[in-house]
Design a protein around this ligand. Sequence first.
Ligand code: PMP
Length: 400
Amino acid sequence: MLFDKFQTMADFQAELAERDVVPFGAVTEQILSPTEGVVEGHKVILAGTNNYMGLSFDPRCIAAAQAAVAKWGTGTTGSRLANGSFAEHEALEQEIARFYGVGHAIVFSTGYAATMGMCSTLAGPGDVILLDADSHASIYAGVKLSDADIIRYKHNDPDDLAKRMRRLGDRAGQTLIIAEGIYSMLGDVAPLQEIAEVKREYGGYLLVDEAHSMGVLGDTGRGAAQAAGVEDDVDFTVGTFSKSLGSIGGFCVSRHAELEAIRFCIKAYIFTASSSPSVIASTREALRIISSEPERRQKVWDNAKRLYEGLKALGLPVGPTASPVVAVEMTDRSRTIDCWKALMEAGVYVNLVIPPASPSTNFLLRNSVSAAHSAEQIDAIISAYAGLKEAGLFEPAQAA
Ligand code: PMP
């Protein structure tokens, strides 16, 4: 039967319904601010969004979107290659290239399309792709479509990458190395200095997905490669507008002029409608704001450290360093679901992550902070976890 393979998922959904818990696709009934909403009947602090710079309600972004919808209409009704390239798209491409200090940029309709499109197109039959084992689903989807030879290196392990590059011999120069800036599930940062050194030694091309690190890392918010001082070693930077820029869409920037020819070969760019001009207009405004308001970066890090230290002090297993993504790793599925539900009831909405979405076999309560969270909200999140711990909801092994 065609549907047999979905039975496990159907059983899991039935289990969740029986436990009266809606962790996936919980409906947000009201958004009260960038950090508060009403979700499935609970008034909650939003502690699982990727709204790192807190810009989703910025009046300047809203005004830009409103003016654009009045000027350009609700949608382009076409692909960038046909009738869907408006002056807004072109302006954003120039601005994002300028933001990264390179000559070329492509804007995509989603971050997923940007990453998947670039990974599926850059390398082809006869080429090699070396990707981090914990890469995002959009990277895996892209490399699968590429028809290149796919090799995984151990997560954040430049020695393993070097070993595999060495084994490739002459083919190393034909290799696309893929890493992410900040990894979305555990919040750990890629060792880009060491990865860049491997590339310098063996050759190849480096693509970095800065989806979670744009805005958050680097002197001007370009991401992990800027923070590591290795931007010159990066051939392609991809990213998204749906996190720090508070809208939706994605991009690729590069110093290689070939990007202009590559553009016309990316199916995820050619065969999909371009973003609505209102989305592009708010993104342009958000890009201007993250460049001109570095205090947002400071604030997101202050909040990240506050949450990380607070959860660590409770004895929860939170990973080695603070980051705007703070994941509590659990080993028991049922307990993790109970904790997620109890957090909702305590007014805190985090992400429940279960394998294969989590990088290991563990279950995650994935928290993320925004520059828009107040210190009091961060403390309220920590208190909610303290309440769970007092109620004995964490496994004994993890509850210090
Ligand atoms: N790359 C990474 C590393 C991501 O985490 C995500 C989204 N979580 C994407 C790409 C896709 O971005 P979007 O959701 O904006 O399509």
